[in-house]
Design a protein around this ligand. Structure first.
Ligand code: G3H
Ligand code: 13P
Ligand code: ZN
Length: 314
C-alpha cells in the first residue's frame, strides 16, 4: 500500500526512523520489499533523477506497482530523491509519487525558500508531501557535486523561519554526514549538538538525514579482496542511527550501502565462477543478500515489527 511520508512520520516520530532506500531496477525492488516484509517494517522507496532516466521512469513505476501487488502487506511511500523544480513538477503531475524532495539547498537562502514554496504549493494541491533541504552535505549527487569546503551544516537559527516560509513538510538537515562511500577521513560523525538544537526549535517536526550509509567494513574488505579498489571508504556508525531517530529524525537515507552489496556479490560471483556469463546467478544472490541487509538495517533503525501497529493508524 502506498502512503505518504506524513503518514509514516506521524507513527515514527521520536521512536524510530523509517529507512529510505534508493532503487534503480527490479532486483533492488525485490530485495527491498522482501527485507521489509521479513522485518515487518514500513519503508520509503526513493527514486533519484538518475534512477528515473536509467531505464525509463515508467519502467520503475511499473516495477513498484508490480511489487505492491506481489507484497500486499507492504506499507511504503514513493519518494522523489533530490529533485530540482522541473523533476518535482513532473512527479507531481504523474500522480504516482506520494512524496517529493525539492533540493534547492545549493541556492541562496531566499532562493531556496522561494523555489521550495512554489513546489510545496503545487504538491499540496495534489495531496503530495514535500521534503526540503537546508544546509549542504558534502559528496556527489546526480546533479550537484559539493566539495568539502562548500558543504556546510544547517544553521538551527534559520530552521524555523525556513520551514514556516517555505511550507515544506519535513526538513533534510546537514549534520555532518555526506553522500557516497567516503564520508569521514578521521573520527568525525553526526553533529548531535546541531540536531538537538534543530529539534528543540522545531518540536514535532519531522527531520531527515541524508548520507546515512554505514559503509560496512567487511563489505569493503570483500570487495577489495575480489578485485575492487575502495581505499579509505567509511560511513556513519550505525549504532548512532536510533539516537538520531529519538531526536526527531524520521527518515534515514541509504543508497551507497545497497550499491556495495551489489558490487560485492557481482565481484565475488564472477571471481569464483569465471566461466559464468549468466546474469541470473549473481542476480539471485544479490536479491537475497540485499534483503538480508535491509532486515539488519531496519532493525538498527527500530522500524522492525512496526508494520501492524502502523496499519491500525491508517
Ligand atoms: O543522494 C543521492 C543518491 O545516492 C542517489 O544517487 O543520483 O546517483 O541515483 P544517484
Ligand atoms: P548514502 O550515499 O550515504 O547512501 O546517502 C544516500 C542519500 O542521501 C540519498 O538521498
Ligand atoms: Zn541524499
Amino acid at each position: 500500500m502506498i502512503v505518504t511520508t506524513k503518514d509514516l512520520f506521524k507513527h515514527a516520530y521520536g521512536k524510530y526512523a523509517v529507512g529510505a532506500y534508493n532503487i534503480n531496477n527490479a532486483e533492488q525492488a525485490m530485495g527491498l520489499f522482501r527485507g521489509c516484509i521479513e522485518s515487518k517494517s514500513p519503508f520509503i522507496i526513493q527514486i533519484s533523477k538518475g534512477a528515473r532516466s536509467y531505464t525509463d521512469k515508467r519502467m520503475l513505476e511499473a516495477i513498484i506497482r508490480a511489487a505492491d501487488q506481489i507484497f500486499p502487506d507492504a506499507i511504503f511511500a514513493v519518494h522523489l530523491d533530490h529533485g530540482d523544480e522541473a523533476a518535482c513538477m513532473d512527479c507531481i503531475s504523474s500522480g504516482f509519487y506520494s512524496s517529493i524532495m525539492i533540493d534547492a539547498s545549493h541556492e541562496s537562502y531566499e532562493k531556496n525558500i522561494e523555489i521550495t514554496h512554489r513546489v510545496a504549493l503545487a504538491a499540496h494541491a495534489k495531496g503530495i508531501v514535500v521534503e526540503a533541504e537546508l544546509g549542504q552535505l558534502g559528496g556527489v549527487e546526480e546533479h550537484v557535486s559539493v566539495s568539502e569546503d562548500k558543504a556546510h551544516l544547517t544553521d538551527p537559527n534559520q530552521a524555523r523561519d525556513f520551514v514556516t516560509r517555505s511550507g515544506c513538510d519535513s526538513l533534510a538537515c546537514a549534520i555532518g554526514t555526506s553522500h557516497g562511500a567516503f564520508k569521514f577521513s578521521g573520527s568525525q560523525g553526526i553533529h548531535f549538538d546541531v540536531l538537538e538544537k534543530i529539534k528543540n526549535l522545531l518540536p514535532g517536526f519531522p527531520l531527515v538525514m541524508h548520507g546515512s550509509s554505514s559503509v560496512p567494513q567487511d563489505e569493503v574488505a570483500r570487495i577489495n579482496a575480489a578485485g575492487g579498489v575502495l581505499k579509505g571508504a567509511k560511513g556513519v556508525d550505525e549504532n548512532q542511527l536510533l539516537k538520531a531517530a529519538k531526536l526527531g529524525v524520521c527518515k534515514i537515507n541509504i543508497d551507497t550501502d545497497g550499491r556495495l552489496v551489489w558490487c560485492r556479490v557481482h565481484r565475488e560471483e564472477f571471481k569464483t565462477h569465471p566461466e559464468n556469463f549468466d546474469l541470473r546467478p549473481p542476480g539471485k544472490v544479490f536479491m537475497a543478500e540485499y534483503a538480508k541487509y535491509i532486515v539488519h538495517k531496519n532493525t538498527m533503525l527500530g522500524s522492525n515489527n512496526q508494520l501492524d501497529d502502523l496499519r491500525k493508524t491508517l
